[in-house]
Design a protein around this ligand. Structure first.
Ligand code: XMP
Length: 517
């Protein structure tokens, strides 16, 4: 990968990813690197066009590193955010004071010394999260913003392209945060935009170009990531890409419809592998969530192993690569900000076919590994994939297996399938599909009493779960219109045999995960 024009040195802040996202949304390519990597690169003569020093949980008093490799570059535009600004303050001879209580959450700040940034008003509400602060400005710096309780909020070097912010402009709660970042990238650093769907797509395709002559296997779910990864790879390697869609019997009606549409309307070579009995027989009598996940994960691997053998034996086709839709957040999560060994990043093995590469000696092909989900969607559209295909809600690999709480039987799968279909139809019908990030139905392992007709019913309960989120790591329950919930509830109790009651889950994540198992 060619290095991006902005390097974001990660000191471990929970918001570092957001700086990358925001800079890219502004059209500037950026990537996260560790302090160690930054030092190595600088020492080997490489430099970015602009450098961002992120926030971090530690205190500059404990940091014994020498940052002259950064600060000695007199022409290098540098932005310090929170911890990054304190490092800068300390390095240039200011006084950083150890905080006793800290400042967390919203804070009103205003400009000083007639400072002006394009589009940014003189007073803004921003997000603070720090305890240490700069109490005396370093030499040659001007105070350009301060908080209402007179703490240093932003500083600017008088002659060099250096800017420091005590608050977090990358966080959604900071008003004009993007404008403030843009001021640094455009006005201070003089960067030119170099990041758009075309560039992302070119780069992703470049990653595939190296394997043109190889046979590539894709575990294809039809979800956004595998679809975009497959489509862009297909444009590079054509018929050498083989997509396999596993029907494990734990799918929703909408998934069968979707895969048929993709087979009809794309050029992808998608084989449907129907192995329902393999999965359901192994799940018989199992109600422990972790056991279910393991059984489903292992069975996936067995299915692919069989396929790979079958292709080798019957068609003389030997697969070299496994195409996966790994995204940048998975890659970043596995980078330790203070990694000492300088190893390149390792990928978490949380994918559904995670054990496959080792067992089958397959190499990994991950063309989306530098991209965020929104960027994957953007290149999906650039590839000509339909809007609703690239904006599908996430659906977990273990499928309905982890939405049927308790034992997984045909009869209980049917209840989730039918209720999910009703929810899906109503979301689409009322134009609410995109107002929630994910929507699902769960069959609870309880029976409750009800009346149907004039008779007593003693039947199961369906729970509706709808959440909003940006990446699935945290989520809030979606406040859906009451008429909508009422219609879905009434249809489920009327149309799904064996269900007498519908409940709505109003738990956010944390503490509740999105899936129930
Ligand atoms: P949780 O339940 O952990 O889910 O809050 C977060 C997001 O991840 C999806 N999910 C999975 N996706 N394989 C997947 O591909 C899995 O085993 C899996 N478990 C959860 C979940 O649907 C939500 O979008």
């Amino acid at each position: 990968m060619s290095l991006r024009q902005i390097w974001i040195v990660d000191f471990g802040s929970q918001y570092t990813q957001l700086i990358t996202r925001k800079s890219r949304e502004l059209g500037f390519s950026s990537e996260i690197i560790t302090v160690k990597k930054a030092r190595e690169l600088f020492e080997s003569g490489k430099k970015p066009k602009a450098l961002v020093l992120s926030g971090g949980p530690q205190s500059v008093f404990e940091d014994k590193n020498d940052y002259s490799f950064v600060f000695d570059n007199t022409d290098l535009p540098i932005l310090g955010v929170c911890y990054g600004m304190q490092l800068m303050g300390k390095y240039f001879g200011g006084v950083v004071e150890k905080g006793t209580i800290g400042e967390y959450g919203h804070a009103k700040i205003h400009t000083t010394n007639k400072f002006q940034m394009n589009n940014v008003p003189d007073e803004v509400n921003v997000w603070m999260s720090h305890s240490d602060h700069i109490s005396e400005l370093p030499k040659d710096f001007t105070l350009v913003m301060e908080s209402h309780n007179s703490l240093v909020a932003a500083i600017k070097h008088n002659t060099r392209p250096i800017f420091g912010l005590q608050f977090h402009p990358e966080v959604e709660h900071s008003e004009h945060g993007k404008d403030i970042l843009n001021y640094f990238f455009e006005d201070i650093a003089g960067l030119e935009q170099d990041w758009s769907a075309s560039e992302m797509l070119d780069e992703a395709k470049e990653l595939v170009r190296g394997v043109e002559k190889s046979k590539v296997l894709c575990a294809f779910s039809g979800g956004v990531d595998s679809l975009v990864a497959a489509q862009l790879s297909h444009e590079v390697i054509g018929d050498n890409l083989y997509c396999f869609f596993v029907d494990h019997g734990l799918l929703r009606p909408q998934d069968y419809g979707h895969i048929e549409t993709l087979r009809r309307e794309t050029d992808l070579n998608i084989e449907i592998v129907t192995v329902k009995d393999d999965f359901l027989s192994k799940l018989e009598g199992v109600d422990d969530p972790e056991k279910k996940r393991k059984i489903i994960g292992n069975t996936f691997i067995e299915v692919f192993e069989k396929k790979v053998h079958e292709y080798e034996e019957n068609h003389g086709i030997k697969f070299d690569y496994l195409l996966q839709g790994t995204l940048y957040p998975d890659v970043i999560e596995s980078i330790s900000p203070h990694e000492e060994d300088g190893q390149s990043v390792t990928i978490k093995s949380h994918h559904n076919v995670g054990g496959l590469p080792e067992r089958m000696k397959l190499k990994l092909l991950e063309p989306l590994r530098y991209l965020f989900k929104d960027e994957v969607r953007a290149i999906g559209e650039k590839l000509g994939l339909k809007h609703h295909w690239v904006h599908r809600h996430p659906f977990p690999g273990p499928g309905i297996g982890i939405r049927v709480l308790g034992e997984v039987t045909d009869e209980r799968i049917r209840k989730v399938q039918e209720s999910d279909q009703i929810l899906f139809e109503e979301l689409t019908e009322s134009n609410l599909y995109s107002s929630t990030w994910q929507a699902l139905t769960v069959l609870l392992p309880v029976k409750t009493v009800g009346v149907k007709g004039d008779a007593r019913a003693y039947e199961e309960v369906i729970c509706l779960r709808m959440v909003n989120s940006s990446d699935g790591m945290t989520a809030t329950w979606t406040d859906m219109p009451h008429e909508f919930l009422s219609k879905v509830s009434s249809r489920i109790t009327n149309e799904v045999a064996g269900v007498t009651r519908v409940v709505y889950d109003i738990t956010s994540k944390p503490p509740g995960t999105i899936e129930w198992e």
